[in-house]
Design a protein around this ligand. Structure first.
Ligand code: SAM
Length: 475
């Protein structure tokens, strides 16, 4: 409490009133909450209990009520980040309240979704998973360095239908007018709701408080509103309590962009209605989570439509001719990329139906959009990275291993969690397959833990030559 800026405490006292302010002050002395969100692409509901039992042996952890049945609390002494299941992308570690914004934005497969301020990817992984491999997720963060962490998290989750960009939102708005069905603006903010979890944010507040972030958020919301289709929904969230940001930004957008209306978010699960009656506030003394704010907008009617990308270029809602184009383009690609075509025979999944093959500087991708439709942007990733062509030969990527299911690749070696070779493999060591559950022939082999892919190896007899991506190794 002593570390919190006096000016901040004074503003909170004024905003909350005496009783609630006392509740706030007691909550700040308590331990912060921890959570993980299971990946529904890898852990279907019927496997959840088994995974949780493996992670938390003794008892089933409590569900985070607003997490669509994916989020669970865990205790401080647990370390689920250092676990082979984490390396298999079975879950994302996420503060429980931070699970709310993506859960409050309804997402359907085939939609076009933008996450404008996405790094390190907590919400993007949730939004992307709900697309179930169909449609498009554009995951953007202005910071390239933070964008790299975002990319790793999306790849771990096994998401392939994404464009990951590190762009100024103005550039995106110029490329994607009225393009997206759903947009999340999880805005940079003064972070007041996180002071308990990250006390250093209180220091940052002194330099950059609500006065600094409020105008940035308004600009982001304005640009996002331009990228939203008529009828589309925009979710605005922060992890701060400041009314200058939260409700202030909402009121500003409704005034500046009359096309936007604000549907009411229900104050369920212990959420508190925001001061405008339609947004929600998550208070740590009312629920098990840190401080958050969320508001939703819907666009009533269209803005200018010039520059809109052809919807036929995208998998969502494409017609017969577009399917033909994709087929033709993929056939030509496979003829040119003989190394990949040979490797491709080992992939039992219908990749050709899921997107467009594309080559750039020897790197091969499966794009969720036609290569011709890709706007010129600063990309960190275009679709699923399949691998690299090396002197006519093809080396599959780490992302491909995490994208595939064990049964979608013709050769695998499956180790149990207790087998010390699981961690040895993750450390980059050569291991043998003696006694492991193996299928298929020599050559590229998908190495798994309990049936979930971790990475590739090259099998020769009983030996697995390690091909785990060095940058992701277990340390
Ligand atoms: N949504 C993320 C998640 O769930 O993991 C957290 C996002 S964090 C609250 C805000 C992010 O906004 C930061 O990663 C920051 O780099 C990014 N950011 C700051 N200014 C931005 C801008 N003008 N455009 C896009 N992103 C921006």
């Amino acid at each position: 409490m002593e570390l919190l800026p006096a000016r901040y405490l004074e503003a909170m006292g004024d905003f909350l009133g005496q009783e609630e302010f006392e509740n706030y002050k007691s909550s700040i002395r308590e331990e912060h909450t921890r959570g993980l969100r299971l990946n529904p692409l890898k852990v279907p509901p019927w496997k959840q209990a088994a995974v949780l039992r493996t992670l938390f042996s003794e008892k089933q952890p409590k569900t985070v009520p607003w997490s669509l049945g994916e989020g669970y609390y865990y205790e401080k002494e647990k370390a689920p980040g250092k676990h082979p299941y984490y390396y298999a992308g079975l879950y994302y570690l996420q503060e429980p309240s931070a699970m709310a914004p993506a859960a409050l934005l309804p997402i359907e497969p085939e939609e076009r979704v933008l996450d404008l301020c996405a790094a390190p990817g907590g919400k993007s992984t949730a939004l992307g998973a709900r697309l179930k491999g169909a449609g498009l997720l554009v995951s953007n963060d202005v910071s390239v360095s933070r964008g790299k962490g975002l990319l790793k998290n999306l790849e771990l989750f096994g998401l392939g239908n994404c464009l990951v960009t590190a762009e100024e939102p103005e550039r995106l708005a110029a490329c994607f007018p009225e393009f997206f069905d759903k947009i999340l603006v999880d805005a940079p903010c003064s972070g007041e709701g996180m002071f308990r979890r990250e006390p250093s944010m209180a220091e940052d507040w002194k330099m950059r408080g609500p006065e600094y972030y409020a105008p940035i958020q308004r600009e982001l919301l304005f640009l996002a509103s331009r990228m939203l289709k008529p009828g589309g929904m925009l979710l605005y969230s922060t992890c701060t309590f400041s009314e200058k940001e939260d409700e202030g930004a909402v009121a500003w957008l409704l005034k500046e962009v009359p096309d936007m209306e604000q549907p009411v978010l229900l104050a369920d699960y212990g959420f508190v209605p925001g001061r405008d009656g339609a947004s929600v506030r998550l208070y740590p003394w009312k629920l098990k989570g840190e401080g958050h704010f969320a508001a939703v907008f819907r666009k009533k009617k269209g803005l200018k439509e010039d520059g809109r990308l052809e919807s036929g270029n995208f998998r969502g809602g494409k017609g017969k001719t577009d399917e033909e184009k994709q087929k033709k383009s993929n056939e030509i690609f496979l003829k040119r990329q003989e190394g990949f075509a040979a490797f491709r025979k080992r992939i039992l999944a219908p990749l050709e139906e899921r997107g467009f093959y594309w080559e750039r500087n020897g790197e091969l991708y499966l794009l969720p959009v036609s290569p011709k439709a890709l706007p010129s942007l600063r990309y960190l990733r275009t679709g699923l990275h399949l691998g690299t062509v090396k002197r006519e030969r093809f080396e599959p990527s780490q992302a491909l291993a995490l994208y595939l299911k064990k049964e979608e690749f013709s050769s695998s070696a499956d180790f149990s969690l207790e087998d010390i070779r699981t961690v040895k493999y993750l450390k980059g060591e050569t291991v043998t397959v003696d006694g492991a559950l193996c299928s298929g022939e020599d050559g590229w082999c998908l190495v798994c833990v309990d049936g979930w892919p971790l990475g590739f190896a090259k099998r020769g007899g009983e030996t697995l030559k390690n091909k785990y991506y060095p940058g992701w190794r277990w340390k």
